[in-house]
Design a protein around this ligand. Structure first.
Ligand SMILES: NC(=O)c1ccc[n+]([C@@H]2O[C@H](COP(=O)([O-])OP(=O)(O)OC[C@H]3O[C@@H](n4cnc5c(N)ncnc54)[C@H](O)[C@@H]3O)[C@@H](O)[C@H]2O)c1
Length: 410
């Protein structure tokens, strides 16, 4: 195929050369002088994009020089990346491209940026967001052996543009990667949360290192190796299903106790304060969603599932009760329904329901079939907020909390 690359820097050039080495005809353009035996460098964007099937953009989305992390940043005001180079390049490439071609942005951007700031600049050609998970030092290898390829389109459908790009990648990949096709916004999220997930993991592992150093009699590697081998719950896809917050008799109180330890050992930071704070505000956010509907429609809030998880009677650390607390704080005291805690509520009037329990999610790791069941009748006309995004009922307004894609129930 005929491929163009705008921005042949640390990422762009090795990628362009990797594509050329697979037999594609590759042109490039960069504002700075570049050399390559495999990529034909052009004097203008117009020359680099004309007649190309696919044009990739790998120009910088720089941050403020004070924000790269080699000096302290925690005290600075948070700032977005700078998108002015991407915008300028998109507008110029668009001037010289047609609907037969495809313009593919690789540069890293924050979720929502493509839709808000870029798509209006790309009117003449088709536009895909396709960030790379590539590390310095192994760019060319990473390019053709990725863990996944993220392909973001306007509607996230596995059609047209996405398929065309997948077919192209099949000609260069040396492994057999996953293709994750979503909206522009979903792919922006996958990319930045992939990176920040790694930072979070390192931050937690290094906190154990600090604890070992300050506490004594601990080799951090013994601890992290034991955790790394724990594939049943912590290393793997478990707990990667967004829904209700952490609860029960152990987890919240362990976090709270570790806050005390962080202070006792004088670690100098308190990760658990952030985690517990996030857990609480997430509960408040769900409560505000319930309250908004209860208020608008003058309905009772019913929290379906009071125990901290399904199939048990215990309410210790119950996230349902925490959400109930925030509803009450807003003047909308909820009622609870849960057969194991002795809470019954059978309304004939429509209500705002929160489907707090999901047995199929909670007990998935056991490998046993745990079906989700309803604890009461849900009257027609009710508003059902489902943070597990599985419930369907044509006689109710069902809100799949956390799914704001167009064409979904919300
Ligand atoms: N380097 C990586 O491993 C990596 C990995 C994933 C994503 N990214 C993202 O890719 C993007 C590029 O990163 P990079 O590391 O290659 O940066 P870089 O600075 O090494 O390369 C960018 C290139 O774009 C050129 N450029 C600047 N303005 C231009 C313009 N107006 N027209 C044409 N070219 C122009 C620069 O001269 C430079 O050669 C960034 O958004 C980065 O976050 C980088």
């Amino acid at each position: 195929m005929k491929i163009g690359f705008i921005g042949t820097g640390k990422l762009g050039m090795p990628c362009a050369e990797a594509i050329a080495s697979k037999g594609h005809d590759v042109t490039g353009y960069d504002v700075a002088p570049c050399n390559s035996h495999q990529v034909v460098l052009m004097p203008t964007i117009k020359d680099a994009v004309e007649g190309r099937d696919i044009v990739f953009i790998a120009v910088p989305t720089p941050h403020d020089p004070d924000y790269d992390g080699k000096t302290p940043t925690a005290h600075l005001v948070p700032k977005d990346f700078n998108y002015s180079i991407v915008k300028q390049v998109l507008a110029e490439a668009n001037n010289h491209m047609t609907q037969d071609q495809m313009l593919v942005l690789i540069s890293t951007v924050l979720p929502g940026t493509t839709r808000k700031q870029f798509v209006d600049l790309v009117t003449n050609t088709r536009f895909v967001y396709n960030p790379y998970l590539i590390a310095m030092g192994s760019v060319a290898w990473d390019m053709v052996n990725p863990e996944m390829v993220m392909i973001g389109t306007a509607d996230g459908d596995v059609t047209g543009d996405a398929t065309e790009l997948v077919e192209f990648y099949k000609t260069i990949m040396e492994n057999n990667p996953r293709y994750e096709i979503g909206t522009w916004d979903e792919c922006e999220c996958i990319k930045v949360f992939y990176n920040t997930f790694i930072s979070t993991k390192i931050g937690l592992a290094n906190m154990i290192q600090d604890v070992a150093q300050k506490q004594g009699n601990i080799n951090v590697d013994v601890v992290t190796n034991a955790l790394a081998k724990s594939t049943m719950r912590i290393m793997g896809p478990q707990y990667m299903k967004a829904g209700m917050g952490d609860g029960g008799g152990c987890h919240p109180r362990d976090n709270i106790a570790l806050r005390y330890m962080a202070e006792e050992l004088n670690l100098g930071y308190d990760l658990f304060d952030s985690i517990m704070n996030a857990r609480e505000i997430q509960a408040k956010n769900i409560a505000l969603e319930l309250v908004q509907h209860a208020n608008e429609h003058n309905m009772q809030i019913v929290i379906h599932g009071k125990a901290y998880k399904p199939n048990v009677e215990y309410c210790d650390g119950s996230y349902s009760l925490l959400i109930g607390h925030y509803c009450e704080e807003q003047g909308f005291a909820p009622v609870y329904v849960d057969p194991l805690t002795g809470d019954q509520y059978d309304s004939t009037e429509p209500c705002v329901f929160l489907l707090a329990h999901s047995a199929s999610t909670t007990y998935k790791y056991t490998g046993k079939d745990s079906a989700d069941k309803l604890y009461c009748n849900i009257p027609n006309g009710s508003i059902v907020v489902d943070p597990w995004r599985t419930y369907a009922n044509p006689n109710c307004t069902v809100i799949h909390y956390g799914n704001t894609r167009k064409g979904t129930l919300r």
